[in-house]
Design a protein around this ligand. Structure first.
Ligand SMILES: [Zn+2]
Length: 517
């Protein structure tokens, strides 16, 4: 059933010519937006009615940056997110069972731990090889058995773009930064395809409960096969824009793949390329050294290699999505992307967490999308102050970028943060760091409608589908969400948003979450 008539308190359509308090859809597309009483008379009686007099209805939310397959699998692994101490993390590790010979986990964040994580501490919790990814996935914590399986010893050199953290005696501590994780990753058991698809199906249902109707996914070919299998089985009920890694570039070009190709459910985005690491792992690449000592971070791809790749991609009709967090990486990304030929989709910078004032208007001038994740802000703000000092003024510059005319495509970076878009919207509206009460650079806060636009129309523009998604207008796909309260009417710092519940999620006209699903 892909038809319905929904009446509500307020509709946000993102189109001034299309207003009302009711919306009618059929055959998966919006037929009309208008006055509730009039539509009630007009719409045939066989069409299901949803009468939600207190609800706010918005376009379906699209998560602009996900690792959906990784999230789907991690839902089944030890979750270390929120562990406040080393011993709390180890307690959780002790409770899990090994799967195919390995203990797998995710989500640790040692930035506030008194004792740093190392392999010996982990050895005490499990003798089975263990591989635990950090919350930002830019570091791994491995025990002695895990390093032994991978053959990592004191003689192993740091791979390009990676670092094996070592103790004063030169022994690996068990912490592997960035590409050093790849020394162990090939030894990890791979999920069986049927298991991955089953987990992705469960994760899709969880996404629908959050009001998510689409995502821009950044992953490898296994997950793409998972999405394809779901689509073939007519199970895919998320609009997926898929960004493969740049390592796939030659294969994509050989197959004449171009951005924008695909189906209404699964479309090819741009190739993803890393220019640096993260703030949390001290690998974000900055123009000047970190304030609290040390270097300027870790550039991950040389300029020549990056330029060759992005040029080949764009000339073949493939958009480019560049991971850039530090101000040096962001400048490099702008330098690389600005001269590229246009493709069906705009080029984009992923994260864009710190920008030098001199570069503020450059993304807008070149039509480059800023794909940002507000939910990182509360945890990152104290780190940014300590490590970037006054350069923090250029961090998470939502409002200034928007004012400059930049398209913001907002997302979560799940599983680095929760995929719950309420958390991201609230963080963009409030900018309140963890364990603080006041906003951080309050002038950079977004209004509710601006943040919501970033999760809807912004992502439609980034996906090249603004003609049929991101607005509630006649002819557009019927992808929409009903919320139980109107978060715009309250305090304006996002608290009301956190309490809003999703009543109904509709994708392609089908109720995928709600009273009749
Ligand atoms: Zn990511």
């Amino acid at each position: 059933m892909t038809e319905g008539l929904l009446s509500c308190r307020r509709l946000i359509t993102f189109d001034s010519t299309c207003q009302g308090d009711a919306i009618w859809w059929e055959h998966g597309a919006i037929r009309m937006v208008g006055d509730g009483l009039e539509l009630e008379r007009r719409v045939p009686s066989r069409v299901p009615r949803y009468h939600l007099p207190t609800a706010l209805v918005t376009p379906g939310l699209v998560d602009g940056h996900t690792h959906f397959g990784m999230w789907a699998m991690q839902r089944a692994r030890v979750d270390l997110a929120g562990a406040r101490t080393l011993s709390e993390a180890l307690r959780r590790v002790r409770l899990v069972q090994a799967d195919q010979g390995w203990v797998r986990g995710h989500g640790w964040d040692a930035n506030h731990w008194a004792d740093p994580p190392d392999r010996r501490a982990l050895d005490a919790a499990t003798e089975v090889p263990a591989f635990l990814e950090s919350i930002d996935v830019h570091a791994a914590w491995v025990n002695t058995a895990g390093l032994a399986v991978a053959g990592v010893t004191r003689q192993t050199p740091d791979p390009p773009g990676g670092r094996i953290v070592r103790d004063p005696a030169g022994e690996p501590t068990g912490i592997l930064l960035e590409r050093a994780q790849e020394l162990v990753r090939p030894h990890l058991p791979r999920p069986r395809p049927d298991e991955l698809r089953a987990r992705m199906r469960e994760a899709q249902a969880a996404a629908h409960r959050f009001g998510i109707t689409g995502l821009h996914d950044v992953e490898g070919p296994e997950v793409l096969r998972g999405f394809r299998a779901m689509e073939l089985a007519e199970e895919l009920r998320l609009r997926v824009l898929f960004h493969p890694p740049v390592e796939r570039l030659s294969t994509l070009i050989r197959h004449r793949a171009m951005s924008g190709q695909g189906t209404p459910w699964l479309m090819l985005g741009g190739v993803k390329l890393f220019l640096d690491g993260t703030l949390g792992s001290r690998t974000a690449w900055m123009l000047a050294p970190y304030e609290d000592g040390g270097d300027s971070g870790l550039p991950l791809t040389s300029e020549a290699v990056a330029r060759e790749a992005v040029t080949r991609a764009a000339e073949a009709g493939l958009a480019v999505a560049v991971h850039a967090i530090g101000d040096a990486a962001v400048r490099r990304a702008l330098d690389l992307l600005a001269p590229l030929p246009r493709t069906a989709l705009p080029h984009r910078i992923e994260h864009l967490q710190c920008i030098d004032p001199a570069d503020l208007t450059r993304a807008a001038q070149s039509g480059i999308v800023a794909s940002m994740q507000p939910a990182h802000l509360p945890g990152d703000a104290p780190l940014a102050e300590a490590r970037w000092g006054s350069r923090s003024r250029g961090a998470y510059l939502f409002k200034s970028l928007l004012r400059a005319g930049t398209v913001l495509a907002l997302g979560s970076d799940v599983p680095v943060t929760t995929p719950d878009p309420r958390v991201g919207i609230a963080a963009a509206m409030g900018r309140v760091p963890v364990e603080r009460a006041t906003p951080w650079f309050p002038e950079e806060r977004l209004r509710f409608d601006e943040a919501l636009r970033g999760y809807t129309l912004g992502n439609a523009l980034a996906g090249g589908v603004a003609g049929r998604r991101g607005r509630l207008v006649a002819g557009a796909d019927a992808d929409l969400v009903a919320w139980d309260v109107d978060p715009a009417v309250e305090d304006g710092v996002g608290r009301a948003m956190l309490e809003a519940r999703v009543l109904l999620t509709v994708v392609g006209g089908e109720v995928v979450f709600g009273p009749l699903s």
